[in-house]
Design a protein around this ligand. Structure first.
Ligand code: SF4
Ligand code: SF4
Length: 262
């Protein structure tokens, strides 16, 4: 996770075995929680903001910064480290470690495993293949312990599988630059990406307090669901982005709005 990461080139699968244990009594406890680049996912933000009792806007303002990824042109949100000498994560506190442990981000859950997604052509369709790798840092002594895992049992234990399920629709948007005809996002689309991905309270206002529902054909049941359930709203945001980026016809325009689409 840190800038000093040592990423092992070996590709792991769900059945790969390894030994590891992280616990409060270990000498390196919390050493991995400073000077880190933690890119946040939409579901990370929902869990963290709710844990802290903040709106998405308050959470983003206080705990994150965003930067536009040069290769994809997507603006991503990162956890902002404190300004102390160690550049500590704002949530790490002595003596207990992570103060938001039950709602920590997915990359903290995976650690010391890293996860990545590859796009592959299979027969006539495109499939996304997830794979894993070890992140080995000198200070991390967990590899010297003797608890045995497979990548799969580690993911289950850390609840990373739930996070992956929640974020899967979003991750498929991140692969869009591999699709033919996908250009860099202009500033307006970058803003839409940021709002729909991270700032759910603002996205909710965009859907319900603008002309959005005059333009898009959303049935009553879905309308009620996205109004009251933020996971449903998050997933609707992924569909909206796929429509906006012309990756899928994932939303329908109302016939009466077609003439006024612009
Ligand atoms: S969120 Fe928690 S686990 Fe992740 S770096 Fe911060 S303190 Fe450590
Ligand atoms: S064992 Fe590794 S993951 Fe656990 S506290 Fe130490 S450095 Fe962090």
């Amino acid at each position: 996770m840190s800038k000093m990461n040592v990423i092992e080139p070996t590709r792991l699968d769900l059945g790969t075995k390894f030994r590891f244990r992280c616990h409060k009594g270990i000498k390196c406890f919390t050493k991995c929680c400073s000077n880190i680049d933690i890119m946040l996912t939409p579901y990370d933000i929902i869990r963290m903001k709710n844990k802290l009792g903040l709106s998405s806007e308050e959470f983003l303002e206080k705990y994150t910064f965003s930067t536009v990824d040069e290769e994809s042109s997507h603006p991503y949100a990162y956890l902002k480290m404190d300004k102390d000498e160690k550049k500590s994560c704002p949530f790490v506190k002595a003596p207990d470690g992570c103060t938001i442990y039950t709602d920590r981000p997915v990359s903290c859950r995976y650690y010391p495993i890293g996860q990545a997604t590859l796009k592959k052509q299979k027969d006539d369709s495109v499939v996304h293949e997830e794979f894993y790798f070890f992140v080995k840092e000198k200070h991390c002594l967990g590899y010297n312990e003797d608890t045995e895992w497979t990548v799969e049992s580690w993911r289950d234990d850390q609840e990373a599988n739930l996070y992956d399920d929640m974020n899967r629709g979003w991750k498929s948007i991140l692969m869009r630059r591999n699709l033919p005809g996908q250009k860099e996002l202009d500033p307006n689309k970058q803003e839409q990406f940021y709002i729909a991905s991270y700032d759910l309270d603002r996205f909710r206002r965009y859907v319900f307090d603008s002309k959005f529902l005059d333009v898009f054909d959303i049935n009553t049941e879905e309308n009620e669901k996205i109004k009251s359930d933020e996971i449903a709203l998050m997933k609707f945001g992924f569909r909206y982005l796929k429509y906006l980026f012309m990756m899928e016809k994932s939303l329908k325009i109302k016939p009466e709005a077609i003439g006024t689409k612009k």
